[in-house]
Design a protein around this ligand. Sequence first.
Ligand code: SF4
Length: 564
Amino acid sequence: MDHLMAADGEKTSEPPALVPARMVNEFIYCPRLFHLEWVQSRFAISDDVEEGLYVHRVVDEASSDLPDPDEHLERFAGRKSRSFWLSSTELGLTAKLDIAEVDSAGLVVPVDYKKGAPDPHGKVWDTDRIQSLIQALLLRDAGYPVEQAEVWYNETRQRMTIDITDQTLSEVREVLIHLHEVASDPQPPRPLINSPKCPRCSLVGICMPDEITTLRPHEKPRPRRLLAADPDNRPVYVQEQGTVVGVRRGRLEVFKEGQTLASYRLIDVSQLCLQGNITVSPQAVRELMAREIPICWFSYGGWFAGMAQGLPGKNIDLRKSQFTITSEQQTAIASRMIEAKIRNGRTLLRRNSRNLPEHAPGQLLDLAKQAAEATAAPSLLGLEGAAARIYFSHFTSMFIPDPPVQTDRFDTNGRARRPPPDPVNALLSFLYSLLVKDITATLTMIGFDPYYGVYHRPRFGRPALSLDLAEEFRPIVADATVIQLVNNREIRAHHFLQKAGACQLTADGRKAVIGCYERRMAHEIKHPTFGYRVTYRRALDVQARILAAHLTGEIPEYTPFTTR
Ligand code: SF4
């Protein structure tokens, strides 16, 4: 069966030669799921997967080996061998068998443990049947006589038998040929269309079947809401200087001088964000890395200084695409991002400005249209600059007449950073840092290199791709938070320190800003492209995955996030 393993010289992704038999189940459920998990190494632990792992704990304790196949196996009748690996280069497969039993006739029977129940007709599910047949084939390949395989369903406590016939064996071989073809292709198969399998799929949030299908030409299904509107976990921010962050009994705990200041269940934490002098215990670092929870550091002044994470994302094909796209492709993506930034800024002004001159929205719309058509980075830069001048010249018109902080200095200074000279600039700088931190964490988790962008140039310490993706979200997330903070009087003059020409937020000021920013990220909106309701936090994740799908060639163009 060498033809199963043949690699096409043109194809770039070559996963390890032996595919685990459990992956065949994924393949039968959906070839795309198999590709995402096996070729791209993208996993998500769902409740189903956790429960499956729990059921397997019974058989995951290895016990005595099977007797040698050359022995008189009848003498070993009743012997059970648990949790052991078998491989076959001929089949291109490897499998961990739950149990193999020797029966009274000296035949070996593989028994596969399943957490669920038989299918609605009381039969073995097709995927389970194929997996058991593969185990039987592997045993035969190792020289054992096998004529039956069995499946144990834990929910109904039923043991069901599968006969091995020439017909079932050729069926399995057909499946394996198709599986190895898919495994040798760097491009995943297309998502299933409107399939009832997707809502139960553990990778639905990574695959985004309906979203990818919607963005493909000529395929316009109505996207179902398959993702929760908001992710379950949240960033934890620690600002109290001199505190220590540790882990204890599945919780992240913040201590100072022997006292627990805060405690969070680790499953509720999406990031650990530290400001200034905070110590993280080695145990906490290890645990966070194992759970793929990034640790983000900010300087005391609020500058996003860096991030620690576990091993880099395994989606190597995505990074290859990121580094090999042409400058024309980069400009095409950047032009849509800048178009969206200008349009979103215009929408924010139209919604909130108290005295916006009539011509301003029209000017911004013209610039957005020109940005969408731009074919070179310098002209895009010029259009972005022109739009920013108009936008920021009317920025303070969105504040209430008697604001709680001095906003008029922004009219004189305009947008200025490093250091921000006035309260509005200080708020914008800190909020852009928070946004870039969230985008960097999201991009890294998906498998991008956040330092290689399509618009911003790579420079030491600058996550260029995060800055690119931040463009379309700046007005509607960060700038909108500034307006909310000021107009709701959540920020006051005493939340700022003025030192040597620089305006800085105090610790209490940063706390107020973080609270308001997190509320904004949790704010639900109707997704402009897919029509379902999502929070900005989810929208950001979806947007990063759309960018990934475009870079890897799944969808022909990048569609930015533009509010109406
Ligand atoms: S979400 Fe649907 S299309 Fe995507 S991998 Fe899962 S089953 Fe396949």
